[in-house]
Design a protein around this ligand. Structure first.
Ligand code: HAM
Length: 446
């Protein structure tokens, strides 16, 4: 305090409340999610499993842009679908182009197939992709505006064994992730039998129009198949009684469907015939299917994945006539939610196997080259070179969940040794410095 104020305290200026000026803070955009470091192990596990299974079934990776022309999705997915009518993030860019953040992979992959002349390659061309998609849906559990899918397409072959293969691949992935699923399967016919079935379905629903939800009243005129996909409780009794597509399939579609089911039986895939699996995208023909966790309420809209055959889409998007295809996609967030709900253990590849602690300047310097040796040997090693205090370093090792800690101090430097500490058991052993790699391999690789 300065002297003047000490002598005359009444001269102290009254306290004036100064409003702190803070920068505005920002929050996540509604329906979006951060994936924090602690969650990455789930993503690595799910994507890693799906990717290795995709490759072993002969799928190659394709990456298409997140932005595509809006028309691609309008034409591909269908004007009268929920996605195109109300869920696309579309805008006009500075150059006046109508663009959309992809709401799904299929249309973009088909565009790439056509644009890069893949029809000249051996057919089918089998490709997988994964990444973010955008749908402006009402956010709720398991429904996000930025979602991630792992997606499969097999383009250029109409054989029913490929429909079965798509389902088998899904089954294998879910099994290896530790999730028991069952497949709900249906056939939605083709351009030959669908008009007749639509007519029959429309006739059935027409007399019930007054009792249907508002959406379904609209669907009746525009896209009657979608009535079978309605989740509104008010419409459920009518759905249960509705005529089923399988009873109206043309001979070719019926034969195709029977063969798909035979292949699934052969592969011992658990499936249920479900006439209500009509899918929310317009491009499907014949087989359509969704994966649900075994025992899950099907009305919960919680499908872990879904897809089907789409024999006319390539042609519709400008490709050569008659290029049949089949595919499906897994919803990555929904799968991860289930792994967490079930408390399933997933490997954590971000956890260090070894933490390298050092004490004293000489040891710190030697640790730099030891760290590099261990990294090159393939160990997941962490360190805190900037710390001098051993206790603090071991606390970090503990927090990170390291299995082993190596301690290099002054004594070890003189003796040509190093300490290996088992972090769980709390026991430590002195080993020859030159044998550290062998000793770690013994303990970590068995
Ligand atoms: P989809 O049924 O629209 O099909 O989406 C596939 C999966 O993505 C769903 O079963 C679900 O797990 C997940 N999913 C969809 N929307 C959301 C959301 N808003 N939030 C979280 N997860 C969601 C397709 O997208 C087709 N393109 C699949 C396909 C590939 N068909 C042929 N080839």
């Amino acid at each position: 305090m300065n002297d003047m104020l000490k002598k005359n305290p009444s001269k102290v200026a009254p306290l004036v409340e100064v409003k702190e000026k803070r920068a505005p803070s920002y929050q996540l955009v509604r329906g979006m999610k951060d994936v924090l470091p602690a969650d990455q192990k789930y993503w690595d596990f799910v994507i890693g499993k799906a990717e290795s299974i995709a490759r072993s079934y002969g799928f190659s990776k394709i990456e298409t842009p997140i932005l595509e022309e809006t028309g691609l999705f309008v034409r591909g997915i269908g004007k009268q679908t929920d996605i195109v009518e109300k869920e696309m993030f579309s805008f006009v860019d500075q150059g006046g182009e109508n663009l959309t953040l992809r709401p799904e992979f299929t249309a973009g992959v088909v565009r790439a197939y056509i644009e890069h002349g893949m029809l000249n390659q051996p057919q089918p061309v089998k490709m997988y992709s994964h990444g973010p998609l955008f749908r402006h849906e009402r956010p709720q559990a398991g429904r996000y505006r930025q979602l991630h899918q792992f997606n499969f397409e097999a383009i250029g072959d109409g054989h029913p064994v490929l429909d079965a293969e798509a389902i088998i691949v899904g089954n294998v992935i879910f099994k290896e992730l530790g999730l028991k699923v069952n497949v709900q399967i249906n056939s939605v016919g083709d351009q030959n039998c669908r008009p007749k079935y639509k007519e029959i379905l429309t006739n059935y629903y027409r007399s019930k129009k007054k009792n249907l939800c508002e959406d379904c009243q609209m669907r009746l005129a525009k896209n009657p198949l979608r009535l079978l996909d309605c989740k509104n409780p008010q419409c459920q009794p009518f759905k249960a009684e509705a005529p089923q597509f399988v009873d109206w399939l043309c001979d070719d579609c019926k034969n195709h469907f029977m063969r798909v089911l035979e292949y699934l039986d052969e592969a011992e895939v658990l499936y249920n015939l479900n006439p209500q699996i009509v899918r929310g995208l317009d491009y499907y023909t014949r087989t359509s299917f969704e994966f649900f966790l075994d025992g899950e309420d099907l009305a919960s809209q919680a499908a872990l994945g879904g897809g089907g055959r789409y024999d006319t889409l390539v042609e519709q998007l400008g490709g050569r006539a008659a290029t049949p295809a089949v595919g499906w996609a897994m919803g990555v967030e929904r799968v991860i939610n289930k792994l967490k709900e079930k408390n399933l253990e997933v490997p954590d590849l971000s956890k260090p196997e070894v933490f390298l602690a050092q004490l004293g300047d000489q040891a710190k310097r030697k640790s730099l080259s030891l760290f590099e040796t261990l990294r090159r040997e393939g160990f997941r090693v962490y360190q805190s070179f900037s710390k001098d205090n051993l206790k603090a370093q071991l606390e970090i090792a503990n927090k990170l969940g390291a299995k082993l800690a190596l301690v290099l101090g002054q004594k070890e430097m003189i003796d040509g040794t190093i300490l290996i500490r088992d972090m769980d058991a709390g026991v430590q052993e002195v080993v020859d410095f030159n044998k550290v790699v062998v000793e770690l391999k013994k303990r970590l690789r068995g």
